[in-house]
Design a protein around this ligand. Structure first.
Ligand code: DGJ
Length: 325
């Protein structure tokens, strides 16, 4: 009797200590390696060799409100994420005042300088400062040190998005209110921006881009604060445009299944290429419990569509995804 109890206890302990996520369940509580809900809101992902790094807004309950935090997670399979720590813990860097804002961090790896360069939206509580901030680190898991803030090519910049093309060229997408959103190329050291590719005349935030079979697909959400809305997409053969008109990416009444775009990840494998929509399901009153809506998109021939969210697995070797049920 005693022996069997010990065995049961050991089995339970094993499953707690080495719990593995077998799938991605869109909108569900998503445990990291410690069993805590992942805190990487408004995030972005880069792949370095065989490791994915996911950076985002750290909004854990009970954080010191004098600081803003950016978290980093690492993964070999996009399903199981190891918490690498808060790679930014920053005090108001420019006298921005009470409730200053650091949102939507995105990290690029600059090969020539071997630096990890983080861009983020830096703002005052009324969103009037409208700048990007830069912080750099020698390692992917920090610490990132604040360098400066600026307005890219002298434009107001709020939500930012990250896009690295297949040839390795790095771009920043940033939202400029009524004017629309800009797609700009980063300078060689990534510490500034060098060239405007497009000003897409659609007032969209949460901007994201993917390059799929010779076509660029840009997506974004309308400007409705934390509330979800029908996100849209347009395509172009070149980042310089011209862009098509914007169309819905999901049935409009679902408001993008209650989410807002933050990134499109392309997983290119030996058999297939899957593009995953990464969205945030914001819970403004309990931000630490905001959820992630990841959906493999139906994409090709100028069309992009988000099917109904369902649990799925992704095989990063073959590039294939599979619904669990
Ligand atoms: C929408 C943006 O996409 C978010 O990042 C955040 O800035 C909210 N607005 C604030 O209302």
């Amino acid at each position: 009797m005693k022996k069997s109890l010990i065995i049961v206890a050991l089995v339970l302990l094993n499953s707690i200590l080495f719990a593995q996520n077998k799938e991605i369940n869109p909108g569900a509580f998503w445990p990291d390696n410690n069993g805590d809900h992942i805190q990487a809101h408004g995030g972005g992902i880069i792949k370095i060799k065989n490791t994915y790094y996911w950076y985002g807004e750290e909004r854990r309950n009970g954080l010191d409100t004098n600081y803003r935090y950016v978290s980093c997670y690492s993964s070999a399979d996009l399903m199981n994420w190891k918490f690498m720590g808060d790679v930014v813990k920053m005090q108001d860097p420019e006298n921005l005042g009470y409730r200053w804002i650091l949102e939507r961090p995105k990290v690029y790896y600059n090969k020539p300088t071997k630096k990890y360069v983080m861009y983020f939206h830096l703002d005052t509580r009324n969103y009037k400062y409208a700048r990007v901030g830069i912080a750099i680190s020698d390692k992917p898991d920090g610490d990132f040190k604040f360098v400066k803030s600026f307005r890219p090519l002298d434009h107001e910049s709020r939500d930012i998005g990250q896009f690295v093309d297949d040839d390795g060229t790095a771009y920043l997408v940033f939202e400029d209110r009524a004017l629309g959103f800009h797609i700009v190329k980063l300078a060689d050291d990534y510490l500034s921006v060098s060239e405007e590719m497009s000003l897409v005349k659609a007032p969209l935030e949460g901007g994201a881009i993917v390059h799929f079979k010779g076509l660029y697909y840009a997506i974004g959400s309308a400007l409705t604060g934390w509330n979800p809305n029908p996100n849209k997409y347009a395509t172009s053969k070149s980042l310089k445009g011209p862009w098509t008109e914007f169309k819905d990416i999901a049935p409009p009444p679902t408001n993008t299944y209650g989410s807002q775009s933050t990134m499109l990840i392309k997983v290119t494998g030996t058999k297939s290429t899957t593009v995953i929509f990464m969205g945030d399901q914001w819970r403004p009153k309990t931000q630490w419990d905001s959820r992630y809506l990841w959906i493999p998109v139906e994409i090709g021939d100028g069309k992009l569509w988000l099917p109904e969210p369902k649990p799925f697995t992704i095989n990063i070797k073959t590039g294939e995804y599979k619904y669990s049920k």
